[in-house]
Design a binder for this molecule. Structure first.
Ligand code: ASP
Length: 352
């Protein structure tokens, strides 16, 4: 059965839609070179031109722009996030949706960053890539591009998403969880926004409503941010000067529901000093699934009293991106702290 209508299926009414594809690099467009796979613009464009489905009448019309240079996504930084943001903002009125082709390694970070940077965006922004390049006979690139383009032409999606391996996920809820599976991404604390089986079934109840207000781009500043993963035997005193003098935002990946080792007495004065200096410390869990609940155990309640804020079920990727975003807006420390504990783009489930 090939279903195309119905309430929860993406209507293929893409013909009058215009999508901008922004190619940033990544495996999807790489070709073999003597040094290993590397992105190559001309070869990739030739492969896209030769893919008949991309030129079917039922497809939206699309144009492609390439970032210069094309990058393996391990090299993507705030500079490239700003460049992608500017490309979207500069073409915002001319296109109905955007597909960002991106390496898988840091796609979850870029998706999270764009979800914050594109303030009041109502258009679909779909990141995708592949584990096997389009130039190979067996590849996941073909479906990922075709389906991402169809979804970018949907009237229902108003947010930044990641499409990969048959699932459309909220961008700022994603993690890359497999280095070699074709289903490489997960959204451990939020259901898929759509699943592409025989039909593309949209889970409307999970979607964000269209934003109100004027669209604008918030560029990011390269604020010093750190991630500290707690482990048995961690010597917190080694982190003292970096936490209290160097970093402005810190994501602490704690055990389970927000627990730190009992000898954390060493950590608490550091957190207190860092907080007093205006550093924002957000507590996340090392468990991909579930949320931090500060105060549920004795080992976590002290974190809050020392000045840390709860990340609930936010991913580390989204926490990092949110810190960059809030610091870049020039808000006061109290405002940043308050917003870190509020969901701004559906990135966290706040416990009541
Ligand atoms: N290293 C590549 C990248 O992230 C991996 C990939 O695209 O799958 O750019």
């Amino acid at each position: 059965m090939y279903a195309t209508g119905g309430m929860n299926e993406a209507p293929y009414m893409s013909v009058n839609k215009k999508i901008l594809v922004i190619n940033t690099g990544g495996t999807i467009g790489m070709v073999p070179t003597p040094q290993g796979y590397a992105p190559q613009k001309e070869a990739f464009h030739a492969l896209l031109d030769a893919l008949p489905e991309l030129h079917f009448d039922a497809m939206p019309r699309w144009d492609i722009v390439d970032m210069d240079p094309l990058l393996d996504s391990s090299n993507i930084t705030v500079v490239e996030w700003n460049a992608i943001g500017r490309m979207i903002a500069g073409h915002y009125d001319a296109y109905d949706g955007f597909v960002i082709l991106h390496g898988t390694d840091t796609m979850a970070y870029t998706a999270s960053a764009l979800s914050f940077m594109l303030r009041n965006s109502r258009k679909p922004v779909i990141l995708t890539g592949s584990q096997i390049p389009l130039c190979e006979i067996r590849n996941d690139a073909r479906d990922n591009i075709i389906t991402a383009l169809l979804i970018a032409a949907s009237d229902h999606i108003h947010e930044v998403c990641l499409y990969f391996g048959g699932k459309l996920l909220r961008g700022n809820r994603t993690i890359k969880y497999s280095a070699d599976d074709l289903i490489a991404f997960e959204s451990p604390n939020y259901p898929p926004l759509a699943e592409a089986g025989i039909a593309i079934r949209i889970n409307r109840a999970a979607l964000l409503p269209p934003a109100r207000g004027r669209f604008c781009l918030q560029p990011l500043k390269n604020v010093p941010i750190g991630v500290i993963k707690v482990f048995p035997g961690i010597q917190f005193e080694l982190f003292d000067s970096i936490m209290t003098e160097r970093l402005r935002g810190i994501v602490i990946e704690t055990f389970g529901a927000g627990n730190i080792p009992g000898h954390a007495n060493a950590l608490l004065p550091i957190i207190r000093k860092a907080s007093d200096n205006g550093t924002i410390i957000i507590v996340c869990s090392q468990c991909p699934h579930g949320a931090v609940s500060l105060g549920a155990y004795e080992t976590s309640s002290a974190l809050r009293s020392a000045g840390a804020v709860s990340g609930y079920d936010i991913t580390t990727e989204a926490a990092v991106a949110k810190l960059y975003y809030l610091f870049s807006r020039g808000l006061s420390t109290d405002e940043i702290r308050a917003r870190m504990e509020r969901s701004l783009r559906g990135e966290m489930t706040v416990a009541r």
